[in-house]
Design a protein around this ligand. Structure first.
Ligand SMILES: Nc1ncnc2c1ncn2[C@@H]1O[C@H](COP(=O)(O)OP(=O)(O)OP(=O)(O)O)[C@@H](O)[C@H]1O
Length: 173
């Protein structure tokens, strides 16, 4: 089975997650862990067609509502150049009753880290004004796009602003 994008977000009426988000057939591999967010761990991964990707293990058992919110945000907005591309999601069932169910969200890999890391790396010095201007302009482009579609982000902070290898700015949820 090829890499598949979810057809629609989960709601009670659509039924079983395992039918909506098909599991991969081994063409997606998870490698080292690169971060930890509120919904779960984030891994660097490799996809046979996309190359390097970020795989976010979103814990459905712990907080299904915020996972659905994130998927819905990505489906709506991730085609914008200032929002990390969303390649699809896979359902990961709980192996036993004590474990959690996950949705593996496959995203564009932002190897430059977050704006938070970038500021931190200056060790108390400020970023150059030209950089501050550039980052603000790119984040505003993403926000303008979101607002144009009558939505709001509500969690703008430096850890949610990511950088790609080329220095492009990507707003995440
Ligand atoms: N697309 C990505 N590319 C590279 N690293 C990423 C990517 N997404 C997340 N990360 C890494 O994983 C960490 C956690 O990301 P995540 O989006 O889960 O954080 P969060 O915003 O705190 O979580 P949430 O808002 O979902 O509770 C980030 O700080 C970053 O280091």
């Amino acid at each position: 089975m090829p890499f598949c994008a979810p057809r629609r977000k989960r709601t009670a009426e659509f039924g079983c997650l395992s039918e909506i988000y098909k599991p991969p057939d081994g063409r997606l591999t998870k490698e080292t862990q690169i971060g930890e967010g509120g919904t779960g761990a984030v891994f660097m991964g490799h996809h046979h067609r996309r190359g390097k990707v970020a795989v976010k293990m979103a814990n459905i058992t712990r907080d299904e509502e915020s996972v659905c919110r994130e998927v819905s945000f990505l489906l709506k907005f991730s085609r914008h150049r200032n929002i990390a591309s969303y390649y699809g999601a896979y359902y990961h069932p709980a192996p036993n009753e004590e474990s959690s169910e996950y949705l593996e969200l496959v995203l564009e890999y932002c190897s430059g880290g977050s704006l938070y890391n970038l500021i931190d790396s200056t060790e108390g010095q400020s970023l150059k004004e030209t950089w501050i201007g550039y980052v603000c302009r790119e984040v505003l482009k993403a926000l303008n796009h979101i607002h144009h579609h009558r939505a709001v982000h509500r969690d703008i902070k430096s850890p949610n602003v990511m950088l790609t290898k080329k220095g492009n700015i990507k707003l995440s949820e």
